[in-house]
Every structure is written in C-alpha cells, then in structure tokens.
Design a protein around this ligand. Structure first.
Ligand SMILES: Nc1nc2c(c(=O)[nH]1)N[C@H]1C(S)=C(S)[C@@H](COP(=O)(O)O)O[C@H]1N2
Ligand SMILES: [Mo]
Length: 412
C-alpha cells in the first residue's frame, strides 16, 4: 500500500497548525534560555551542598573528574541558603515544564526533515539536537520522578540527574550559541518570514490566536508555580501546594507539627533500640571511642538554634527551635578540642537511603550545628529522630540524619 507523500511526517504539508512559526519558537526559546540557566546553576549548587567531595560516603558518582570542578565547602550562612536555592531549583523546574513542552511541540516538524543530513555540519547539528531533546526529557523526567514518586531510584538518582544535566546543558549551550542571534532577529523583525520551514504550507484554520496560545503556555506555567511553590512555606500557604506530595504524613500541629520525610516505622526503627536503657551514642575520634546515653548528653551544655529543614525534593519548613549539644563539643570529647574535623554520621537504620551522611569541618565547627535532643520545647518525636538527630544551618535535609547511633570524627 502506498501512503501519499503528504501523509508522512516528513512532508511539509503534514504539519497543519497555523500557530507554528519562527517567532513563537523564538519567544519560548528565550524564556528557556534564562530559565534553564538558573535551573542549571541552582542544580550545581544543590550538588555542592550535598558534600559529594566527602565521597564515597555521600555520593558514589563514578568518574566525576573535572565535572566536580565547582565543588566547594558549602557555607553555613545564611542559614536559609539551601531552602532558597533548592526551592528555586524545584519550583522553577516544574514551572518550566509547560514552556519546554510547548517549545518541543513548536519545532517537532524539524525532527522529521528529510534527507536526514544535507552535509556533515547539518548531521552534527542534528545529533546535537538529539542530545538536547533527549537530555531535556531525561533530566526533567528524573527530576520530576524524584520529587513526586518518593525516590523511585534512591542513591542512583544523583548520578543519573547529574550526568543527564551535564549532557543536556552542553548541548543547550551549543544550541544557544547558534540560535540566540536568530531568535533575537526573529523577534525584532516587523513581519515573520513567510518561507520559514516551521510555517505550514497548508495551515488549518486557526482555533486560537498565537497570543492565545502563549497565554495557554504561560497559564500552564503559572498553574505549576501556584500549585507547587507553597511547600516552601508553613501554614495555609503550604496547603496550596496541591500538586506536590511530600513523602510522609501530614505534619499536624504542636511542637513536632512540621513536615516529616520518613517515619520511624518506615525506616524500620525498633522502639526497643531507642529506649533510655538501650540507646548509646558512639563517638569515635583521635582519642578513641566514647559511649553516651541520652541523660549524659542532656547533662552537657545545651544550646539552641532556629533552623529549617530544607529537603532536596524542594519542600522546606520555616525555622524550628532546636536544642541539644553542639557538634563541636562532641568533637572535643574525642580529641578535637580546637580543630573540629569532618564527621561521618550513622543512624540506627539498617537499610534504605539516607541512613548516614558526612558533614564537613566548617559545618561541624558552626556553633549552631547541633545534635538535637528536642525541638520547639519538647523532646524529639520518634518520627523527627528521637533519641537524637543532626541539624546543621544551610545544609540539605538529607544531611540532617535522624536516629543517630554513631559519629566518627576525622579520618575513617
Ligand atoms: N536516618 C535517617 N535520617 C534522615 C532521613 C532518613 O531517611 N533516615 N531522611 C533525611 C531527609 S531526606 C530529610 S529531608 C530530613 C527530614 O527531616 P524531618 O522528617 O524531621 O522533617 O531527614 C533526613 N534524615
Ligand atoms: Mo530530604
């Protein structure tokens, strides 16, 4: 059976929407130029904040090589830093989804252009477009899955999203260098070129104007923003984040009434292990090992710090009032009086992601970094990490290990 040439997607007449055209594509492209640049920058910051330099503990990404060039000791000031950078990363990513889809739709006829390559240069350009589109779908896909589906790939998410983002961004930079001048020209021109390959030679009658289509895309973005941004806040604003599941049960009210990521039950914490009699914190350092019960910890000098929990998934809480022992005082107990080193923290948890994490020396040294025993004036609840949890200013939530069992200071 022969298919008429115009019924194949490679035929110019196959694509009938009168909305497609260079201006529509250029406008979406320039929005993405700005948005994706911020998205990439905040993504790199998120990776730096995770202390991947302390591998192989926090991050097992193989062969990072020069792609780790920007890794620096994540600061502890301002204490809301990660709340801001990660809130922007996740909310902006979701807000850009409609723009990205519209942009891909606007150029889809070009995907089917024949012949596949007119020259070597054209062939290279098309391969780079595959990396661009594939990289975009992959990076957005892994990101959305990670925040919506409760870590379908714990652990392996980091290398996937990390390498995907680098491939995507490299192709994106090449694409931007080639296309930004064209896009600016398209938008400045008084009238659209009639012979552009994006303009259908046999357009259907319009059902919506170009302007209307842009409103649909912009409205979609606004909707994504409005239904997600609220999870960076507490109270009624949090309720507006209807498109964002955040893992654990609803926070409720009272001192422990803020978001819980993994419950004690989910993490498999046995209440028998956390009782006053059973639980001992095991500290190891220069001078050997020390074991402390909760009463001994409460007998040490207690300090307070008002700090948020800010999850890599993009949600965060406002400042909570934590109270407990300074990490640097614990370092001093095992031989690091004046020079707190890195610390490796392990929880009682035996399986699952995030049961351990490493903190850098600058984080241990900060006077607001605590092994918290209470929050908002009450002993920690089981779900917030009883008997003791880590809380560090500006650090991603994942480094705020709950149900702490062991802390190893210095070389391991
Ligand atoms: N042992 C352990 N600690 C953990 C986790 C975990 O799964 N196990 N989750 C981490 C993550 S990802 C976050 S965002 C915070 C959440 O703390 P919260 O449940 O008190 O809000 O705890 C961190 N500490
Ligand atoms: Mo998290």
């Amino acid at each position: 059976m022969r298919v008429p040439a115009s019924r194949l997607p490679s035929a110019p007449g196959f694509w009938r929407s009168p909305l497609r055209g260079p201006r529509f594509t250029s406008l979406l492209g320039l929005v993405l130029l700005v948005g994706l640049t911020v998205l990439f920058a905040t993504g790199l910051l998120s990776y730096a904040a995770y202390n991947p330099g302390l591998d192989p503990v926090n991050d097992k990404t193989p062969d990072r090589g020069i792609l780790g060039f920007y890794l620096f000791a994540w600061p502890t000031d301002p204490h809301w830093l990660y709340r801001l950078t990660q809130g922007v990363h996740v909310t902006l990513g979701l807000t850009l989804v409609p723009v990205l889809l519209a942009k891909l739709w606007s150029v889809v006829p070009r995907l089917f252009t024949l012949p596949p390559a007119r020259s070597l240069a054209h062939a290279l350009e098309r391969v780079s477009l595959l990396l661009l589109v594939g990289g975009a779908l992959f990076t957005f896909g892994t990101g959305v899955l990670n925040i919506q589906l409760d870590y379908v790939f714990p652990g392996s998410f980091y290398p996937l999203h990390f390498y995907g983002a680098w491939v995507f961004f490299a192709a994106f930079v090449a694409h931007a260098v080639l296309k930004v001048p064209v896009a600016l020209r398209n938008l400045r021109a008084l009238r659209e070129e009639r012979d552009d390959d994006l303009i259908s030679p046999r357009p259907d009658p319009p059902t919506v104007s170009r302007r209307g289509a842009l409103w649909v895309v912009g409205g979609g973005s606004l909707l994504m923003f409005a239904t997600n941004a609220g999870r960076s806040f507490d109270g009624p604003l949090r309720e507006t984040a209807v498109l964002s599941p955040h893992g654990g049960p609803e926070p409720g009210h009272g001192p422990g009434g803020f978001q819980i990521n993994k419950t004690a039950r989910y993490a498999g914490i046995d209440p028998a292990e956390t009782s006053e009699d059973a639980w001992r914190l095991v500290l190891t350092g220069r001078t050997g090992t020390v074991r402390l019960g909760r009463a001994r910890l409460l007998g040490m000098e207690q300090h307070s710090a008002a700090l948020p929990i800010a999850c890599v998934e993009g949600w965060s809480t406002s400042d909570q009032w934590w109270r407990g022992v300074r990490l640097r005082d614990l370092a001093a107990l095992v031989g690091f009086e004046d020079d707190p080193p890195d610390v490796f923290v392990e929880s009682l948890q035996r399986r699952g992601a995030f049961r351990s994490g490493a903190l850098r020396a600058n984080q241990v040294a900060d006077p607001r970094s605590l092994l918290a025993l209470s929050v908002n004036g009450e002993a920690l609840s089981a779900d917030h990490g009883h008997p003791a949890r880590i809380i560090v200013p500006a650090a991603p939530g994942v480094l705020n290990t709950k149900w702490v069992a062991r802390m190893t200071f210095g070389d391991r």
